[in-house]
Design a protein around this ligand. Sequence first.
Ligand SMILES: *Cc1c(COP(=O)(O)O)cnc(C)c1O
Length: 411
Amino acid sequence: MATINDNYLKLPGSYLFAEIARRVAAFRKAHPEADIIRLGIGDVTQPLPMACIEAMHKAVDEMAHAETFHGYGPEQGYTFLTDAIIEHNYTQRGIQIDSDEIFVSDGSKSDCGNIQEIFGTNNKVAITDPVYPVYLDTNVMAGRTGTLKADGHFEGVTYLPCDASNNFAPELPKEHVDMIYLCCPNNPTGTTLSRQELTKWVNYARENQSVILFDAAYAAYITEDDVPRSIYEIEGAKEVAIEFRSFSKTAGFTGTRCGYTIIPKNVKGKAADGTLVEFNKLWNRRHTTKFNGTAYIVQRGAAAIYTEEGQQQVKKTIAYYMENARIIREGLQAAGITAYGGINAPYIWLKTPNDMPSWDFFDKLLADVNIVGTPGAGFGPCGEGYFRLTSFGDRENTLRAVERIKNQLHF
Ligand SMILES: *Cc1c(COP(=O)(O)O)cnc(C)c1O
């Protein structure tokens, strides 16, 4: 009989959002009249920028004629898109990226999840806690961890705790690690790493010959000057870091699908015979073997965000979400609740009052003020005692939710 990849059995069920849905459904059944407001949503809600819509309409029409039809494109992405990305996000910030160092994809969840395939299975993995679950789960599936322990940690993984006590900036690991996942701005905490903090990680990676896997899905939300938009703003990072970016949160592409990964040619790993090999070469081999390119129409839409109108439209939508973030953050403070994030990211990470467990706070928020959020414990053991609210809702509901928290939530 065929056997299975037993590593999959190490994973707990994807419990977080299913459990939230279950509790909300039960509450709705018991209180059909309740006017529930959702501030747990991790997806954008505003429509695509008009510049993208127009570019995609035009691309659809091109597909209708043999002379302008597009079949398979380059797996790494069309140069009209990669040139625009490099110019806008790198050259203009003083970073030199070559066109064969960028790989366009159908979104960065795939890239963040698949990247571990080009690393040896014996590598030691370090992951911040709490964080986006994709990094950990894909390494479990690949057999780079042991089993899940009773304390919520997987054996063989180096967790880097991030909470208020270290200002959400992880400390360097005491043991040697090979692969380091950093998510900045972070989902779920909404916090960032300063230039100085990131420099510490780049220096660690250079000294230890490790690779940093840097997820910058929320880079477009950064407002503070001291927070790097790209890890390559840090000296030496082009020798040790791979960067993931996405059009999803930047321009509303969660349902349209487009992202990209930067792998500088100087980022290298050791082969079994001791020779140094470029990760760029391996990823190119993988990408061209397992992926047949992002849709032409979608790449045309993505490229349109770099036009003048596209830039204005993207900035306007991000400003809308970030105004929601400000309303939530300040509302929580007015209610006497300590909150983090919401300045360089669309997430607000609050400390539950009286150290209430995350799930108890979830139930209280739902019962007392009919608001749905996300328990911090769902993002890792260090998320316990915290709770995530997001600014992806509409303005009216955000304002109503904050009024309820200020006036009707009592401890
Ligand atoms: C949303 C998100 C992504 C992007 O996913 P896509 O596949 O590009 O939609 C990546 N990383 C984090 C941390 C995210 O929250």
